[in-house]
Design a protein around this ligand. Structure first.
Ligand SMILES: [Zn+2]
Length: 84
């Protein structure tokens, strides 16, 4: 687990654990940075799939929501299982 930035040549894959940030437009997971320097929350990334500009903050938000959905789903599955 943990935050990770993988990539080269300005290409970044934004993941937390095994959840990758997706482009809100096309669902792509590959982004490239528009400028050099460290990523900040307000930094805009460009989706390599459709060219959409997305703020880093938005992508992190998206990951958080996805993580929450998964957690809730896992909880639901647990509750469905009959107790022995
Ligand atoms: Zn896209």
């Amino acid at each position: 687990m943990g935050c990770g930035l993988l990539g080269e040549e300005g290409l970044v894959l934004i993941t937390i654990g095994d959840i990758a940030a997706e482009c809100p437009q096309c669902g792509g997971t590959d982004f490239e940075t528009l400028s050099d320097g460290p990523l900040r929350l307000a930094t805009e990334l460009r989706c390599t799939g459709c060219g959409e500009h997305v703020k880093y903050l938005l992508l992190l938000d998206h990951i958080g929501e996805e993580a929450m959905r998964r957690a809730n789903r896992a909880l639901g599955e647990l509750k469905k299982q009959p107790k022995k």
